[in-house]
Design a binder for this molecule. Structure first.
Ligand code: ADP
Ligand code: MG
Length: 598
């Protein structure tokens, strides 16, 4: 029996382009990205983007770059034709484009018109391309530089059209693309116009590389966030890393405020994202994402950009070094600013002090902008209430007087709502969230235990069976050895469960299911980027939730003072594991200002 043998044929260019278009031009935002990249490669100083119908009806990009010679216009829309690849070995790529695929791919799925004029030329030339049809070049009117118009995207491929999201969503995606490129090139001015609205207007920024990058990053991330951002700049082993890093307390529920740029190219890189996450480690709760604009620069031969047709992924020749360097630099920057949180939050809290109490009850809150502190304080004129009768001497004197001036966190004076400790310091007042503080202390104790060769364990009287999802169970058991170091002993138990035999001694005889399930979930979703430290953080959080100092427990003054002293000895004590502050401070001068004494 003979099977028919299909003949091998070389596909027509039109079909090849359409196949490539599937990868290069996924949605209007991809068109915007390719065209703006071309403008940047052409040395443009100013790039204007106009969109209609979320980019479906029109994407227009006008630049003032070098232009395209008339006789080369037909080549520009030919597949694999590029003016950029000087290095045929693909080792040193310094331009954003190099594959010669974008324009032919766009022409395969839309109507493309390029109008370009060289500097000093009498006139511009224009060329139209749609599918196989190419018209031109012929003389036309046009400013120096290049103007590329793309109309009716995917009109000829209705299947793709169906996959597009709403006009608004497509517009948002396009805006994000321009923002990311604008961040990578602060020296270039950008505008984005859509449906007659100016969505972006970024003038070119001058100054040295770091200064202008920070300026552009602030323009994009929001100037009001300046106080939530840490500046960072470091260089090691030929790798330069600089940018802005969000404080843990300013983390968000999604990763949209993360901008990663490698050698001037915006990327979505898994290694860098994982490194970012690992650097924050237990400073962030699960599901929170730091804001960051990070710029990595290294010799082009040490990074491969030819990984993906859209060029948004990269591979590092030496991923271990890059990962280590990024995590190390970020950790240092975060540690240096670890103490800043407390002060900043206090300012915010102080600013929130408003005239309150019975006098102000009938008053409506002042409309925005909120009134300044001094103004608010000045208008607060409480009538003097009679002082409470003086306590009989010696009635409730603290057993041992702690000198508030002798310790940074002062002397405990009272507990409020069984949850907050009020302490007097040398020149102010400290309020401590006792649960958050306790969690931080436990965490550091566990870390110290780990560093000393292992956390103390305790065998459960009754080993606990914990049921887990399929991926989670495997992920957990794979790391059983690491978990042992945190004091947790788990074994396989049937197809969908594990058996917990021993737990960190700090946990005591408490239900461990919650902890084990959380660990398994994180291990399954984060894989190898889930660190031992993150596991330790989990254990500390769980222990603190059941611990003796948790919120709702009344403490004696001596216990409170003991907690304050432990906090002073604990590194990074100003924050709990979830990035919330553990204490805030009001200076005496601030208090005086509140009462309009200053
Ligand atoms: P690539 O960018 O990978 O080279 P493209 O298909 O995007 O491939 O562009 C093909 C060529 O057209 C480029 O190499 C460049 O020479 C020229 N070109 C495209 N856009 C512009 C522009 N805005 N200014 C100057 N030249 C351009
Ligand atoms: Mg290109």
């Amino acid at each position: 029996m003979s099977v028919p043998v299909p003949a091998i044929r070389v596909l027509p260019e039109e079909v090849v382009n359409r196949i490539a278009a599937g990868e290069v031009v996924e949605r209007p935002a991809s068109v915007v990205k390719e065209l703006v990249e071309n403008a940047l490669d052409a040395g443009a100083r100013r790039i204007d983007v106009t969109l209609a119908g979320g980019g479906r009806d029109l994407v227009l990009v006008q630049d003032d770059g070098c232009g395209i010679p008339a006789e080369e216009l037909p080549l520009a829309v030919r597949r694999h034709a590029t003016s950029k690849l000087a290095d045929d070995a693909l080792v040193r790529i310094t331009t954003l484009g190099f594959r010669g695929e974008a324009l032919p791919s766009i022409a395969a799925v839309a109507r493309l018109v390029i109008t370009s004029r060289l500097a000093g030329a009498e006139s511009a030339f224009t060329l139209a391309a749609e599918g196989e049809r190419v018209e031109g070049p012929r003389p036309a009117a046009g400013a120096p530089g290049t103007r590329v118009e793309v109309r009716d995207l995917f009109r000829r491929t209705p299947a793709r059209l169906k996959f597009l999201r709403s006009e608004r969503a497509e517009l948002q995606a396009a805006l994000e693309v321009v923002e990311r490129l604008a961040l990578a090139r602060p020296e270039v001015g950008f505008t984005l116009l859509a449906e007659g609205r100016r969505l972006l207007d970024l003038p070119p920024v001058r100054g040295d590389r770091l200064a202008r990058t920070l300026e552009r990053a602030l323009a994009l991330l929001g100037r009001e966030r300046r106080d939530d951002l840490i500046e960072l700049e470091t260089e090691r082993e030929g790798v330069r890393l600089f940018g802005l890093l969000g404080l843990p307390t300013a983390a968000r529920a999604d990763a949209s405020a993360q901008y990663l740029v490698v050698n001037g190219r915006p990327v979505q890189d898994r290694l860098l994202k994982a490194a970012l996450k690992a650097a924050y480690g237990d400073l962030l709760a699960a599901g929170r994402h730091p804001a960051a604009a990070l710029f990595l620069e290294l010799p082009p031969e040490r990074v491969d950009v030819n990984v993906h047709p859209a060029k948004i992924e990269v591979r590092f020749a030496d991923p271990g070094t890059v990962r280590g360097l990024v995590i190390g630099a970020l950790r240092r920057a975060l540690a240096e600013h670890g103490q800043r949180t407390a002060g900043r939050i206090a300012t915010a809290a102080l600013g929130a002090f408003r005239p309150g109490g019975p006098l102000a009850a009938g008053r409506t809150p002042s409309p925005s902008p909120p009134r300044g502190l001094a103004e608010a304080a000045a208008s607060y004129q409480a009538p003097l209430a009679p002082l409470p009768p003086a306590a009989p001497p010696g009635a409730s004197e603290p057993p041992e007087e702690v000198d508030p001036r002798a310790h940074p966190l002062g002397a405990a004076r009272a507990q409020l709502h069984d949850a907050y400790i009020l302490a007097q310091t040398a020149d102010g007042l400290v309020i401590v969230d006792q649960h958050a503080a306790h969690e931080r202390i436990l965490l550091e104790r566990l870390k110290a235990g780990l560093a000393a060769g292992g956390v103390a364990r305790q065998a459960l009287l009754l080993p606990e069976v914990v049921e887990l999802g399929p991926g989670e169970r495997e992920a957990l058991l794979e790391r059983a050895e690491d978990l042992l170091a945190t004091g947790l002993v788990v074994e396989p138990f049937g197809p969908g469960a594990v058996l917990v035999r021993e737990v960190p001694a700090l946990l005591g005889e408490r239900p461990t299911g919650e902890l084990v399930r959380a660990l398994a979930r994180e291990l399954a979703s984060l894989g190898s980027t889930f660190t031992l430290e993150a596991a330790i953080g989990r254990v500390a959080a769980t222990a603190a939730c059941h611990g003796s100092v948790r919120a709702g427990r009344r403490l004696s003054l001596a216990e409170m003072d003991a907690l304050l002293r432990q906090m002073e000895r604990t590194p990074g004590a100003a924050q709990c594991n979830h990035g919330r502050p553990t204490w805030i401070e009001l200076k005496r001068t601030d208090i005086e200002r509140l009462f309009a004494r200053r």
